[in-house]
Design a binder for this molecule. Structure first.
Ligand SMILES: [Zn+2]
Length: 270
């Protein structure tokens, strides 16, 4: 599933080819995504210049002169640039053709993604209640500490709650808790301020590092086939249940927290 670093990598990859370009037409081959693509998307977007490509949480906002396209990649979506008119394979549902001769192509085998239109995207119901960006100035350990007081839920689902901070998916929550030495099962309200300050720093460090790694594959967003170049994570805990801890050699344990698999080291995390 594309997580925040992949979405940011996508934004950086496509933005230089979109910003300042005028849309010549929109071709929709399959309208049925998580929500239907608006019938009038071609009418609304064609002829408009794209001003900015921004990101909020895991949503990409393609801002035109009037209105914005809100895109979410869902479970399996991707965006890349192709030559206009390149024959579409299965699952390549939408082309946004530009006057440059390139087209932004949306591919999504499982169709859990979204392409929606909004005149004011930050006030759209999907975006209006989101918490702060993890790499922005309004997210820090003090926020985690304050919001967690008297909360009895486990710390891992707490930091994955979009109202607390956006974009901390299962991979990054698992890895940040490992790096901060915090057991993912601990009650959110029982963790000290000092440990939350450390945890917030680890969330920022790990997400920033993943975005930096993704940045080395930007050329893959133009031409070629298949997925843009997402990147292998250097994982300490995520997906490694039953394997040896890279730090202490103990066997990593796996539990379910909030319906999600959660791997931790019983020695390094407490
Ligand atoms: Zn360990």
């Amino acid at each position: 599933m594309p997580e925040l670093p992949e979405v940011e990598t996508t934004r950086r990859g496509i933005a230089p080819y979109l910003e300042g370009q005028r849309v010549s037409r929109v071709i929709v081959r399959e309208r049925r995504l998580r929500w239907p693509i608006p019938e009038d998307l071609d009418v609304r977007l064609s002829g408009q210049r794209i001003e900015r490509v921004e990101r909020r949480a895991k949503y990409l906002l393609i801002k035109a002169e009037v209105g914005s396209l809100i895109s979410h990649l869902g479970m399996s979506g991707s965006l890349r640039l192709v030559e206009c008119g390149l024959a579409a394979a299965k699952h390549e549902h939408v082309d946004i053709e530009l006057e440059s001769g390139l087209a932004l192509r949306y591919t999504d085998p499982r169709r859990f993604g979204a392409l929606l239109w909004s005149d004011d995207p930050l006030r759209h119901e999907l975006l209006s209640k989101l918490g702060p960006e993890p790499l922005g100035g309004s997210f820090d350990g003090e926020r985690l500490f304050q919001l967690s007081r008297a909360r009895s839920m486990a710390v891992k689902p707490f930091i994955m709650d979009n109202a607390v901070v956006v974009g901390v998916g299962n991979i990054y929550a698992t890895e940040a808790l490992f790096a901060a030495g915090i057991d993912p099962r601990r009650e959110a309200g029982s963790i000290s301020r000092a440990r939350y300050l450390r945890l917030a720093e680890e969330i920022k460090r790990i997400l920033a590092h993943a975005i930096e790694r993704g940045g080395t594959t930007l050329r893959d967003f133009v031409g070629g086939d298949g997925q843009p170049g997402y990147f292998q994570q250097e994982l300490f805990a995520y997906g490694r249940g039953g394997e040896f801890c890279k730090v202490c050699g103990s066997t990593l344990r796996e539990v379910k927290l909030g319906q999600r698999a959660s791997v931790y080291c019983p020695k390094c995390q407490r």
